[in-house]
Design a protein around this ligand. Structure first.
Ligand code: ITT
Length: 179
């Protein structure tokens, strides 16, 4: 089976290909990102729209992810992409730099839709916001430290073993194997 991963983010596709045995085809369809605090709601709406608008043949996968910083009340959360494009990763670090509590988590929801019922799979990973280190990964990886290393200092394989996306993809892969 071919899974059509609807995303403009090649980093996400790289991680999914490492995880799934099925063919993963990247589709750069720009679905409407609805305004919501709920990653699952955003991902399901995107998956349904993408499926309807891109031919309704192979199933689609949409991944909505975000960085949730404790000291900032969960910001940037569902607005992580907007915050990366506007203030940038370095300045998100600056916002947290003065805080005593630098705890954060990455969350990811993967939505699968094949025209039948939408399914969602979630993963989260706890960490700490630090000054940028490393040049692997993408997005907020350089400022997100988990067990001593930033996610930008990890190989794709190691990041998948601990990451929000890896955990969501693992649940998805298990479900896929059973169905
Ligand atoms: P698509 O919507 O096209 O899939 P995107 O990069 O905009 O691509 P999101 O809306 O899910 O995807 O992005 C949320 C933001 O969080 C965005 O700025 C990403 O760079 C960042 N992000 C998502 N997953 C990440 C990860 O594993 N490591 C670091 N940053 C991540």
């Amino acid at each position: 089976m071919t899974i059509r991963f609807v995303t403009s983010n090649e980093g996400k596709v790289r991680e999914a290909r490492e995880y799934l045995t099925d063919d993963v085809e990247q589709i750069d369809y720009d679905y409407t990102e609805i305004q919501s605090d709920d990653l699952a709601e955003i991902a399901v709406a995107g998956a349904k729209e993408a499926f309807e608008e891109t031919g309704r043949d192979d199933p689609v996968l949409v991944d909505d992810a975000g960085l949730f910083v404790d000291a900032l009340g969960g910001f940037p959360g569902p607005y992580s992409s907007y915050a990366e494009d506007t203030v940038g990763v370095e300045r998100v670090w600056n916002l947290v730099e003065q805080e005593e509590n630098r705890r954060a988590k990455f969350r990811c929801v993967v939505a699968y839709y094949d025209g039948d019922e939408a399914r969602t799979f979630e993963g989260a990973v706890p960490g700490r916001i630090v000054a940028p280190r490393g040049d692997g990964g993408f997005g907020y990886d350089p400022i997100f430290e988990h067990e001593g290393a930033t996610m930008a200092e990890m190989s794709t394989e190691r990041k998948n073993a601990v990451s929000h996306r890896g955990r969501a993809l693992a649940k998805f892969a298990d479900w896929l194997a059973e169905n």
